[in-house]
Design a protein around this ligand. Sequence first.
Ligand code: TYM
Length: 332
Amino acid sequence: MDEKKVMLSGIQPSGELHLGNYLGAVRNWPEMIEEFDCYFFMADLHTITVRQEPAQLRRRVLTQVAQYIACGLNPEKCTIFIQSHVPAHAQLGWVLDCYTMFGELSRMTQFKDKSAKHKDNINAGLFTYPALMAADILLYQPDFVPVGEDQKQHVEICRDIAERFNGIYGDVFKIPAPHIPKVGARVMSLNDPTSKMSKSNLEGCVILMDKPEEIMRKFKRAVTDSDTERCVRFAPQEKPGVSNMMQIYASVTGKTFEEIEAEFEGKGYGAFKPAVGEAVVEALRPIREETERLLADKSYLEGVYKAGADRAEYTANKTLRKVYKKIGFVPR
Ligand code: TYM
């Protein structure tokens, strides 16, 4: 029998999960768990490249475990774990640091953005972050890594690192491919449609746990475009605000851009914005309610992430042992 293909992805619990994380990543995962051997984790090791408040970090990791499940990841059918519970990530991360070049890390967009934003804390971890991410991925020998557009560069450097390592030691790592969704791969900020939706600009960012009133308020205040035509038409260059909301609407309703244009013909932005808001409220409502229910059941969540760590560790350690052996480390 053919072995199942493997896929893996993670999210940093450095803030609350938002609509960009949902549409660009998590939402596309549940359909994969039937077909593939899937690993999903909370990338907590990555979050400390920027200072975190300890109590908040703990709370967000647990909320994220609950949200993964609430979004449809059945823990019986996939492996859900917390990155710091599997030491092999940090161990392989160090090894890969030594096979990653200063020049290639200097070119990473996320490093440039984050070091500009956190000038007082440009630490070594922020710089070598992509090597740890490569370790996260390569430990599980996945065939593909589903991420939003902004993480494509990191999956590409992971492939380069893996190819370099394989070039020296033979076929140790499978070379993974990024898997980017067709719609929702790059959700833009509601109040600044030229930058991606992110937790660093909360006014333009819809949080999965936002109450319906809050979501509606953010959509009603969303920036539309200053063109004179004022009609709902998909044109990302000329009309980035409206096009972004059309992408969001298309992702949550499954409608095509043509259908959306027809639906709002002659209606203008005043009708469009609350309609998108309502569609998002309805898409997120069951997730928020289920997350709240799961968060009240701490022992269930603990059972999920402990079992997940055991399964993840088994696979990760197999790869790590192989790597150590190839490098020439003496087995214990
Ligand atoms: P992170 O935590 O920034 O984002 C998690 C996922 O959400 C996607 N995403 C978006 N998609 C569409 N529109 C947006 N505005 C948007 N914002 C975020 C991201 O592309 C990502 O898929 N380094 C990673 C976490 C990570 C990881 C890994 C991912 C660590 N190790 C191994 C995959 C495999 C990160 O910071 O993603």
